[in-house]
Design a protein around this ligand. Structure first.
Ligand code: C2O
Ligand code: CU
Ligand code: CU
Length: 494
């Protein structure tokens, strides 16, 4: 069913190939850099960055934002940005309840920020557009992990620069464990049977530099690349043990929607969504993730024989089908040999918990008199992001239903990917229907196909301050498809 949806919404069906007639500038052409022989290089595993030692004097986790060079092609390097390394960043791994101190050194010549996507932290440590780190400056966030085990991520969020910075390489995974997650019979040997996969796509000029250009076309459709990369490498292979393997998948692309499946349509189990475990594993053969969404899946290689090879396949909405990577079964037996049947009870917020409802229209054009070349192309409730305007004030402790609607003009049907900072939410309804099982868990980002309506519910607890909500197609966000909510404590005495 998901596949049918994906095709239904594909470029041809939506008439996107005919965009030229609306006067949009052409997309930057994909390069002709010859790809290397596929599946000859080993999947890079981002190093773990964890709190070491037990004393209160443990050094902060260090992230250095820097310019570097990274080899996507054997013919030579590409200029990149990275956290500590040449592309992407280490996987930060923390435990619920832990007090985390981080030190971010900005050594590039632009402002940047570091936002912890999916993390529930005080607004001043959220790393959104207000927490700018100037070139040469150091930012030292400190917070206590206050949420259950989940696969989150971190990335920059400076006004108007998010897309470019992520594209050039700034992103990393952020894993939370807790006692419960550690009690489950799940693979947890990082990089061996518990493998992070940051999936992205890129396009390059012939000199191998990134073709990150925001033409009108690229703003509308997002900067989509023709090279698919996993953990910063095109078509790598990974060796997996015979048994159960856990893949933590992040759609870390700027704007692509991915349909992810295994060659031979081998089934797998989805065990977690953005914000934590599902109640039970969900057996599937394919999974759709929009930009910013995550899923954890279990693949059973128990019946495989050594040297069996499987491909992880990725169909890119409005783009190509990619053999993203090869999974090569090694001679080793996995520690985990059986699938789990129960994961975690996840109490759901329900309709009657809500104190109020707000409406959000994600609009591509505000019809009246706004030509395609006009300013207000992408907006939420007719407004573009303004750092000096608070769009919604939310009383601390309240529970709200947000009704999202992708209100696309008929000649410009675009998907969007709505993300809320601060909270994990539950989806009450998608187009009048209850959510499918993999959308029934904790979420912080949700895909809206053209004309979709999604009703979600969230509780705004613990912290006051200003947070963002925005489309996670980063070219949409940078173009202003973002707003600010402020959680306010009405009982606070001055
Ligand atoms: Cu993943 Cu506001 O960001
Ligand atoms: Cu976020
Ligand atoms: Cu969007």
């Amino acid at each position: 069913m998901i596949r049918r949806d994906f095709i239904k919404h594909s470029a041809a069906a939506l008439g996107i190939a005919a965009l030229g007639k609306y006067g949009l500038s052409a997309p930057v052409m994909a390069s002709t850099v010859p790809p290397d022989t596929p599946f000859t290089l080993r999947l890079p595993i981002p190093p773990l960055l964890e709190k070491s030692g037990t004393s209160a004097e443990v050094a902060p986790l260090s992230l250095i934002v820097k310019k570097d060079q990274h080899e996507f092609f054997s013919s030579g390097p590409t200029e990149t940005l990275g956290y500590n390394g040449s592309f992407l960043g280490p996987t930060i791994r923390v435990h619920n309840g832990e007090n985390v101190r981080i030190q971010v050194d900005n050594t590039i010549d632009q402002v940047t920020t570091v936002h912890w996507h999916g993390l529930h932290v005080p607004a001043r440590w959220d790393g959104g557009p207000h927490q700018v780190i100037e070139p040469g400056e150091i930012w030292k966030p400190e917070f206590t992990i206050n949420q259950q085990a989940a696969t989150l991520w971190y990335h920059p969020h400076a006004m108007g620069l998010t897309g470019e910075h992520v594209y050039r390489g700034l992103a990393g995974m952020f894993i939370i464990e807790d006692e419960y997650s550690q009690s489950l019979a799940l693979p947890r040997n990082y990089g061996v049977d518990d493998i992070p996969l940051v999936i992205q796509d890129r396009r390059f000029y012939e000199d191998r530099s990134f073709a990150y250009v925001r033409s009108m076309h690229d703003v509308m459709h997002g900067v989509l690349g023709n090279f698919l990369i996993v953990n910063g490498m095109s078509k790598p292979f990974a060796e997996v043990p015979r048994g159960i393997v856990r893949l933590r998948i992040l759609n870390g692309s700027n704007a692509s929607i991915y349909r992810i499946y295994l060659s031979d349509d081998q089934p797998f189990q989805v065990i977690a969504s953005d914000g934590g475990f599902l109640e039970k594993p969900v057996g599937l053969q394919e999974l759709v993730l929009s930009a910013g969404e995550r899923a954890e899946i279990l693949v059973d290689f128990g019946e495989a024989s050594a040297d069996d090879r499987l491909r992880l396949m990725v169909d890119q909405y409005n783009g190509n089908t990619h053999e993203a990577m090869e999974l090569r079964v090694s001679g080793d037996k996995a520690e985990q040999r059986t699938l789990v049947t129960e994961l975690r009870e996840q109490p759901q917020l329900v309709e009657s918990d809500a104190d109020r409802t707000r409406n959000f229209a994600m609009e591509t054009m505000s019809g009246r008199g706004m030509g395609m070349m006009g300013g207000n192309r992408l907006s939420i409730n007719g407004k573009k992001m303004d750092m000096n305007r608070i769009d919604e004030k939310i009383p601390l402790g309240s529970t709200e239903i947000w009704e999202l609607e992708n209100r696309s003009a008929s000649m410009m049907q675009l998907p969007h990917s709505m993300h809320l900072h601060d909270v994990q939410f539950n989806i009450l309804e998608r187009n009048g229907q209850p959510p499918v099982p993999i959308e029934a868990g904790r979420k912080d980002t949700v895909l809206l196909w053209p004309n979709d309506k999604v009703r979600l519910i969230a509780r705004f607890l613990d912290y006051t301050g200003v947070y963002m909500y925005h489309c996670h197609m980063l070219e949409h966000e940078d173009d202003g498809m973002m707003g600010q909510f402020e959680v306010v404590d009405n009982n606070m005495k001055i």
